[in-house]
Design a protein around this ligand. Structure first.
Ligand SMILES: Cc1ncc(COP(=O)(O)O)c(C=O)c1O
Length: 405
């Protein structure tokens, strides 16, 4: 992978040549091809989808549905109809909770984990609270690995939902998704399984058929796509059994006064005008990723994550607590740490003064911080435009910052 050429694909480096962006887990930078595809839509089509029958409208519908097909192919869905466009991972997970709400009674339990981002924790906590069901939380081990023995004890005949993430947004641990799903299905065949793949899609090869999850959620902006667009994959058979929860244009076949006939998925879950430019941009982002290759991206990112772990350990010894995957082969593009004598917020702010962007705080993962007895962490997340030199510069600045603090 030629990083100099890759950087040229991202216009932000023209505006900020010294930028060291280590916050791609928050949102990835945008390549020119993605920005251009959105602009081309606004300049050259600018029409709505699935409504007009004049050529410009049909052109937009075609481009929009091509994006759906691109997403479906990218994640290995059986058909584009399994791809619902949303506003992002958070919207996808909340939509799933709303779609399943009527199935949950006070006899039931919902299982999630201590590893989750708030977006895959709070919707289930709220759903359990509203329906008086029990919320069960799979704990993590002291190294932040999901406790699979505990999972086996928590899933039973009354488990209606299990929701867990493919990759931790704090530790970068890649969970054994297929194995976890096999365990859940062996304990209860009816349980609906939801995977938060926000930090996985675009970083590791994702094959929804191999995973066998019922729902998978992810955001466009974390894979070089525009903000405000995301995906909810759902198994087609399941989707068409569920009633819509948002109502309006584009999702009905007939809406006479007495009876409403809803379209099949995905249209029945996409009421109203969607983020057309964003969805077209997401298609361009996936084409961009495919031009590099997910396996190459994964190899580059994990190489950087491992290098960061070793270099930080070497530089700070016992003063640093590195939070990463226990086994190097489970490591994704994310590494967090705490450094004695340097609060994460001060660290992030002072690094920012040197154009080094990192994330600090609870990282929307309070349950995990609580489980690991941490009040805040600093997170580094790597992407295709980062190099080992970025990490060396970060460490130089961290050493200086410690002398100031
Ligand atoms: C694992 C995980 N899930 C969910 C989300 C929420 O994504 P979004 O803010 O795009 O909805 C994030 C964002 O950082 C995340 O890392």
């Amino acid at each position: 992978m030629n990083i100099t050429d890759i950087k040229k694909a991202f216009p932000i480096f023209t505006h900020h040549p010294d930028l060291i962006y280590l916050d791609s887990a928050a949102t990835a930078l945008k390549p020119a091809v993605v920005i251009a595809s959105e602009q081309a839509y606004y300049e050259q089509c600018s029409t709505n989808i699935a409504r007009g029958i004049y050529p410009l409208a049909e052109q937009t519908t075609t481009a929009f549905e091509e994006s759906r097909a691109t997403v479906a192919r990218f994640i290995g869905a059986r058909t584009p109809e399994e791809v619902i466009f949303t506003a992002g991972t958070t919207a996808s997970l909340n939509l799933t909770a709303d779609l399943l709400a009527s199935r949950i009674t006070k006899e039931d339990n919902i299982v999630t984990t201590a590893l989750e981002h708030h977006s895959n924790f709070l919707p289930w906590k709220e759903l359990a609270k509203r329906n008086k069901a029990e919320l069960r939380i799979v704990p993590v081990t002291e190294t932040g690995t999901l406790h699979l023995e505990a999972l086996k004890k928590l899933v039973d005949n009354h488990t209606k939902i299990v929701a867990f993430s493919a990759t931790s947004n704090v530790l970068g641990t890649i969970n054994p998704v297929s194995e976890i799903i096999r365990i859940i299905r062996s304990l209860n065949k009816e349980t609906v399984i939801i995977v938060d793949a926000a930090q996985a899609v675009g970083h590791i090869p994702v094959d929804v058929v191999a995973w066998d999850a019922d729902f998978i959620a992810f955001s466009g902006h974390k894979l070089f796509g525009p903000t405000g667009v995301g995906v909810l994959f759902g198994k087609q058979t399941l989707l068409n059994q569920l009633s819509p929860v948002a109502f309006g244009g584009g999702m009905v076949l007939d809406a006479c006064a007495l009876e409403t006939l809803y379209k099949d998925a995905p249209a029945r879950f996409e009421a109203g005008t969607p983020n057309i430019a964003g969805i077209i941009g997401l298609g361009a982002a996936i084409t961009f990723i495919e031009s590099i290759g997910v396996a190459e991206i994964h190899a580059h990112e994990t190489k950087l994550a491992r290098y960061a772990c070793q270099a930080l350990q070497k530089a700070f010894g016992d003063d640093i607590r590195i939070l990463a995957a226990k086994n190097p082969e489970d490591q994704s593009s994310i590494v967090s740490f705490t450094l004695t004598g340097a609060h994460p917020h001060d660290t992030a702010q002072l690094l920012g003064e040197h154009n080094i962007c990192v994330r600090a705080g609870l990282q929307c993962a309070a349950p995990l911080h609580e489980a690991l007895n941490l009040s805040a962490t600093t997170r580094l997340s790597f992407s295709i435009y980062n190099t080992e030199h970025d990490i060396d510069l970060l460490i130089t600045r961290l050493k200086e910052i410690r002398t100031i603090l």
